[in-house]
Design a protein around this ligand. Structure first.
Ligand code: TA6
Length: 312
């Protein structure tokens, strides 16, 4: 089982748990739990043990449905943009541990606690999506507790295929009315609440007072989600994923979701690094890489982060 030097060696608890999840631990004391069901990060905690990702109190933990919270992986389809079930099948499948993961770059392994997962299509999958692929996913914690997800999808098919993708990230926030997003100002977005109509965002940081379900197209590779009450900023860095999806179901939609509490829309905001507007096409033998890196920093020095470049 390929796990980073911190996980296996230093912490007897770390490693694979009875429920098929893997616990990663960084020297700073941060942790992340990864479920083999859906290849889903189901928890990310900072060095003080604060949970940084939202999980619904009504989440269904039993496969096949994806757990409502954490970071489900939307592949090979984002949303309803295609013929498959919403957000594709990857989030509802059991992933394997990737024994023979090709070496990732130095910066991707070095001082990290990590686990490598792999997904290949089942016979059932190829009936609905007749393409052969290998999806390798490395999930890691840096020494400072930042969470990184690196997806590599290879076309092992005889013919090209196209897909859309998202890291459907449920951030945990103090109160949605106290949150704002910086970095999406003046961008065009597709509004999923009105048939993907195209609009342009106004100039200020985005704040929330009603249901929102938007795909911000060609968004910057670094954006920030500021939580005033918690004086915490999530810095989101992405690479290979041109779009950013922003979703909050608000009150009315929350009441229609069985695996979501009526008031829980106040404690979460989904900000997804995605390829949602235009599908990605891979010719036979080609491989695509999509990276997400999440940091949670005290809001005092978030502007330092925004000025920094994206994922190197
Ligand atoms: O990301 C936005 C979105 O596509 C919304 O339209 C909403 O449906 C959300 O995802 C959750 O989807 P799910 O299938 O997990 O209920």
């Amino acid at each position: 089982m390929s796990m980073g030097r911190y996980a296996a060696s230093t912490d007897p608890e770390a490693g694979r748990d009875g429920d098929g999840s893997v616990l990663l631990r960084s020297p700073s004391g941060a942790t992340a739990r990864v479920s083999l069901h859906g290849g889903q990060v189901v928890s990310w905690k900072n060095d003080r043990g604060d949970e940084l990702l939202f999980t619904s109190s009504k989440a269904i933990m039993k496969p096949p449905k994806a757990m409502r919270g954490g970071i489900p992986i939307c592949f090979p389809q984002f949303g309803n943009c295609g013929t498959l079930e919403r957000h594709g099948f990857a989030r509802n499948r059991m992933w394997g541990l990737d024994e023979e993961h090709p070496a990732l770059s130095r910066s991707d392994s070095g001082s990290r606690s990590f686990v490598d997962l792999i997904l290949k299509p089942s016979e059932e999958d190829t009936k609905s999506w007749p393409h052969s692929f290998e999806f390798r996913l490395r999930i890691s914690l840096t020494k400072d507790g930042d969470l990184s997800l690196v997806s590599r999808i290879r076309n092992v098919n005889g013919k090209p295929f196209s897909f859309s993708f998202a890291y459907h990230t449920y951030l945990s926030v103090s109160d949605i009315s106290e949150v704002r997003i910086e970095g999406l100002e003046t961008l065009d977005y597709l509004d999923n609440l009105s048939q993907r109509e195209r609009h342009t965002e106004q100039g200020d940081a985005i704040t929330f007072e009603s249901e929102v379900d938007r795909v911000y197209v060609s968004s910057p590779n670094v954006i920030a989600v500021l939580d005033h009450e918690k004086k915490r900023t999530f810095v989101i860095r992405k690479d290979g994923l041109p779009d950013t999806v922003v979703w909050n179901p608000w009150e009315k939609k929350a009441k229609t979701m069985a695996d979501f509490g009526d008031e829980e829309y106040k404690q979460t905001l989904c900000v997804d690094a995605a390829a949602a507007e235009r599908p990605i096409t891979l010719r036979p033998g080609e491989e695509w890489t999509g990276r997400l890196e999440l940091s949670a920093v005290p809001s005092t020095n978030c502007s330092d982060h925004l000025d920094q470049p994206g994922i190197m």
